[in-house]
Write a protein that binds this ligand. Structure first.
Ligand SMILES: *[C@@H]1O[C@H](CO)[C@@H](O)[C@H](O)[C@H]1NC(C)=O
Ligand SMILES: *[C@@H]1O[C@H](CO)[C@@H](O)[C@H](O)[C@H]1NC(C)=O
Length: 351
């Protein structure tokens, strides 16, 4: 009886997942301000690294989740690191926050390797482990942004020790909600606290321009009506204050991850910039003469999965593929049942 109920629930779940794996054909366009920022930073970097007036490029990369079903967030961050590094940023200027439980996770079909694209290479190698595990905290994130070493608790001690001519790129990827961004530890990042930190950073006169690239559900709510004018901050978000953001390269969609992966490999808004030459113009002096084509259309792949349902999708594929009667199947079923018991599931899945 119990088993039949579960099977019925799974079927219902499967049907609802089918409804979320639908096509999204709109194009994400990068506002010209962001292009200008990256463009001018790239030009600046060419003028000569030893000239103080040119400024240093800094990056803070943060994956706000843990757990294999959230593979994609840490994959996004690792990929971002590789792009920036290739583009000439030094490790001392790239600060990485990630829980670091993916590469050697027992679910990972390629131990020690993380990919962010079905055909992608390993993006995990060389990623600095500045703030990992329980050191991935909102407190440390703020201390790093403010360049306040004494406020740090754990981690490598790297902070954004920037000067007035420097350019800062902050990239965050994870789940979010109205006014809040997830973290693998508590407390989460609240919009008001983050805005206060950004105001403080501006008041300290330690950057020339700052780009905040934010991927999370309802990410618009972090800045809308809260970020004051005149801080020289350009914030771009994956969604407005009320929308979901989207996972991509998910099992069962096209393009799909290699068959041994039961989890999404990336997030749509994130891979959009990383797979486009947009950022390369920022990061790679060799691309200095690259001209941005207007509406150069960061084309998202044709299908996407609501961020909130990507974990369900992972459990579902795990369940479906696990051998009949195996412990793995049993565990996946438990995970599914538990996720569904938390109410959010079928209703959000059907959205
Ligand atoms: C740095 O953090 C410490 C500890 O939280 C605090 O007392 C200090 O005022 C901060 N320094 C600056 C410059 O904000
Ligand atoms: C400028 O663009 C041309 C054509 O794409 C390329 O061959 C050349 O190497 C580029 N120059 C620089 C300095 O990047």
């Amino acid at each position: 009886m119990m088993i039949r109920y579960t099977a019925g629930a799974l079927l219902f779940l499967a049907l609802s997942i089918l409804t979320v794996v639908y096509g999204r054909h709109d194009f994400i366009k990068l506002p010209s301000d962001a292009r200008r920022f990256f463009g001018s930073a790239a030009t600046a970097s060419n003028a000569g690294a030893d000239d103080d007036s040119v400024g240093t490029r800094w990056a803070v990369l943060l994956a706000g989740s843990s757990g294999y079903w959230n593979y994609r967030h840490q994959a996004d961050v690792c990929h971002a690191y590789q792009i920036l590094k290739r583009g000439g940023l030094k490790d001392e200027n790239i600060i990485v926050f990630m829980y670091d439980d993916i590469a050697y996770n027992e679910e990972n079909p390629r131990p020690g390797v993380i990919i962010n694209n079905p055909h992608g290479e390993d993006v995990y190698h060389g990623v600095p482990k500045d703030y990992v595990g329980y050191d991935v905290t909102a407190h440390n994130f703020f201390a790093v942004l403010l360049g306040n070493k004494t406020a740090l608790a754990g981690g490598s001690g790297k902070v954004v020790d920037s000067g007035p001519n420097d350019h800062i790129f902050i990239y965050y990827t994870d789940h979010g909600g109205p006014g809040v961004l997830g973290m693998p530890t508590s407390p989460y990042i609240y919009a008001n606290d983050l805005i206060n930190v950004l105001k403080k950073k501006h008041a300290s006169g330690t950057y020339k321009s700052l780009v905040f690239y934010l991927e999370a559900c309802e990410s618009g709510s972090i800045f809308e009506g809260l970020l004051p004018e005149g801080l020289n901050i350009y914030a771009t978000t994956a969604s407005n204050a009320e929308e979901s953001s989207w996972g991509t390269y998910c099992p069962g969609e096209y393009p799909s991850p290699p068959p041994e992966y039961e989890t999404c490999l990336g997030d749509l808004y994130s891979v959009a910039w990383m797979e486009d030459r947009f950022l390369l113009a920022f990061s790679d002096p060799a691309n200095d003469n690259y001209t941005f084509v207007d509406d150069n259309s960061l084309r998202p792949s044709s299908k996407a999965v609501n961020q909130r349902d990507a974990d369900l999708l992972h459990f579902w594929h795990k369940f479906r593929k696990a051998p009949e009667g195996s412990a793995r199947k049993f565990k996946a079923q438990q995970q599914l049942t538990e996720a569904m018991a938390h109410g959010r599931t079928l209703i959000t899945a059907l959205n």
